[in-house]
Design a protein around this ligand. Structure first.
Ligand code: Q0Z
Length: 297
C-alpha cells in the first residue's frame, strides 16, 4: 500500500516518511535480512512485533531517557493517513523529528560480530582494552560503549574510539551518549535476563528535540537493532544461536545459497517457525499477548 507522504529515508527493512516540520512516520516492514541480504519472502507480523517491542521499551526506559514517540494508534494519525490506516496498524509510529546525533551508539555486554573482529585485531573494542583469552560470545568484564560512524548504504558502520566521537561532537555530548547508551543497555539486559534472554549488544540512535533535550529515536531494543540470545544455549567459543533468526540461518546454510543477492525464497515452514520466534520474543519480554497488542494499535 502506497503511503501518501514524502519518503525521507529507506532502510533495508523499514521506511521513514515526512509528516510535517515536526513529525515523521516510521514504518517497519515484514522483510527480514540475513547475512546482510534482504530476503524475498516476508515474515508476517515481523514489522508489528518490532514496533510493539519498541513501544514497550520506550515505556520501560522513560525514566532513563526521553523518547521520540508521539503515538502508534492509527486513529490518532493525521487525516491524510486514514485511507491507509489498515496498512499502518501495528507496524508504524508517529514520532517527533529530532536533530540526530551522527553517531551509532552501541553498547556490548558480550563479545561478537564486529566487536570480536576488533578485539582479535587490537585486543580491545573501539579502543577499550579487554583481557586476553576472550572468544566469540564471551561475557565482557562489564558492558562497554562501542560507538560507530554510520556508513553509506550497503557499507558496514565503522567502529570508532570514544575520543574520535568526542572530537566529532564534543566531549560533553560524547560522555552523555556513553552514559545514556550504557544505562539503556543495563535496563534492557536486566529485563531480558529475567525472561531467560541474553542481550548481547544493542544499537541506539539519539537526537536532540526542539528544546535541545537528548532524546531516544528510531527503534529500540528490537531484534533488528540488538542481538538477543536464548540464555539456555549460551556457550562462549562458538557463534551463539540467534533468538529470532536461527531457523532462517540454519535453512539458508543448508540451502547451498552463496550469500549473494537476491536470497532464496524461504519455505513456508521456516517462515512460520520464524514468525513464532518473533511473537515469542514479544510475549516473553513484555509478558503481554501479541494479539492484544495488535488489537490496541
Ligand atoms: C531515523 C531510519 C530509515 C527508519 C533518521 N525522530 C527522528 N528524527 C529525525 N530523524 C530520524 C528520526 Cl527517527 C531518523 N533514521 C533511521 C532510516 C527508516 C529509520 F530509512 N534516520
Amino acid at each position: 500500500m502506497e503511503i501518501p507522504l514524502p519518503l525521507v529515508a529507506r532502510g533495508k527493512v523499514r521506511e521513514l516518511y515526512a509528516v510535517d516540520d515536526d513529525h515523521l512516520l516510521l514504518v517497519a516492514s515484514d522483510r527480514l535480512s540475513a547475512y546482510d541480504v534482504v530476503l524475498p519472502t516476508p515474515v508476517p507480523d515481523k514489522g508489528a512485533v518490532l514496533t510493539g517491542l519498541s513501544l514497550w521499551w520506550f515505556d520501560q526506559l522513560a525514566d532513563v531517557v526521553p523518547h521520540h514517540l508521539v503515538t502508534a494508534r492509527v486513529a490518532e494519525y493525521p487525516a491524510v493517513l486514514q485511507p491507509v490506516a489498515g496498512a499502518l496498524r501495528g507496524r508504524s509510529m508517529l514520532v517527533r523529528r529530532l536533530a540526530m546525533v551522527p553517531v551509532e551508539c552501541v553498547a556490548r555486554g558480550y563479545l561478537t560480530g564486529s566487536g570480536l573482529a576488533d578485539y582479535r585485531a587490537t585486543g580491545g573494542v573501539c579502543g577499550v582494552p579487554l583481557p586476553d583469552g576472550l572468544s566469540d560470545g564471551s561475557l565482557l568484564p562489564s558492558p562497554i560503549f562501542t560507538p560507530a560512524t554510520k556508513a553509506e548504504v550497503g557499507e558496514h558502520d565503522e567502529n570508532v574510539s570514544f575520543d574520535a566521537v568526542a572530537d566529532s561532537v564534543g566531549r560533553e555530548l560524547a560522555e552523555e551518549l556513553r552514559r545514556v547508551t550504557l544505562a539503556v543497555y543495563a535496563r534492557g539486559a536486566a529485563l531480558a535476563a529475567e525472561r531467560g534472554i541474553l542481550l548481547a549488544d544493542t544499537k541506539l540512535e539519539l537526537g536532540h528535540d526542539r528544546s535541545g533535550v537528548l532524546t531516544l529515536g528510531d527503534e529500540v531494543l528490537t531484534p533488528d537493532s540488538s542481538r538477543f540470545w536464548p540464555a539456555a544455549g549460551w556457550q562462549p567459543g562458538r557463534a551463539q544461536p540467534s533468538f529470532d533468526k536461527q531457523y532462517v540461518r540454519d535453512w539458508l546454510s543448508s540451502s547451498g545459497w552463496d550469500r549473494t543477492a537476491p536470497g532464496p525464497e524461504l519455505p513456508a515452514s521456516v517462515v512460520e517457525q520464524t514468525r513464532a520466534k518473533y511473537v515469542e520474543a514479544y510475549e516473553r519480554l513484555t509478558g503481554s499477548s501479541f494479539d492484544d497488542y495488535l488489537r490496541s494499535a
